[in-house]
Ligand binder design. Structure first.
Ligand code: HEC
Length: 161
């Protein structure tokens, strides 16, 4: 009895440390309950543009154009960064998929943690709000027609759940 009472705080402390470390390193596939991009929220997209310039533009291009020949794997076997404009397929994915991909990485998203890619996972680098902001800014750059089609796809993804 004495023993277990002395052990309990240690067990609890270990649990807390495990969860804290796990959250920081993104061990747990975590996304807010319902992710919804807000391309019309000017304050959010202004923040998103800063995040994009700082963290994404070097690969995905200052004008969202991606890297040249982005469909073909390079000599290192890795894919170049695809565009985020109408010519790419970022807009083919619902909000939640874009969010999880950016936060947890491609490998976790597709269930292959060893998947080799140049795309970083941003858990622990960007906050959830910053990820929402940058993806909202990207969407704000799409044409009204593309945004409408993306909205429709989101609605379909929501009812499929
Ligand atoms: C070091 C280069 C690099 C940086 C920096 C980078 N990416 Fe990527 N990104 C890639 C590559 C490469 C892919 C293709 C993934 C693959 O290998 O399958 C990709 C794919 C993506 C996709 C999926 C696109 C699609 O067509 O399905 C999204 C969304 C994305 N990146 C968002 C971001 C965001 C947001 C940032 C900044 C916070 C960012 N990326 C920073 C290289 C990068």
């Amino acid at each position: 009895m004495m023993r277990s009472r002395r052990l309990l705080p240690i067990v609890v402390a270990c649990g807390v440390v495990f969860v804290a470390v796990g959250l920081t390193l993104g061990w747990f596939e975590s996304a807010p309950k319902r992710v919804q991009l807000r391309p019309d929220d000017a304050a959010l997209t202004a923040r998103g543009e800063q995040v994009y310039r700082e963290h994404c533009a070097s690969c995905h291009g200052a004008r969202l154009e991606g890297q040249p020949d982005w469909r073909a794997r390079g000599p290192d076997g890795l894919l170049p960064a695809p565009p985020h404009d109408a010519t790419g397929h970022t807009w083919h994915h619902p909000d939640e998929v874009l969010f999880r991909l950016t936060k947890n990485g491609v490998g976790v998203l597709i269930g292959q943690p060893g998947y080799k890619t140049a795309m970083p996972a941003y858990a622990g680098i960007l906050t959830d709000d910053e990820i929402l902001a940058v993806l909202s800014w990207i969407k704000s750059k799409w044409s009204p027609e593309l945004r409408r089609r993306h909205d429709e796809m989101n609605a379909r993804a929501a009812t499929a759940r």
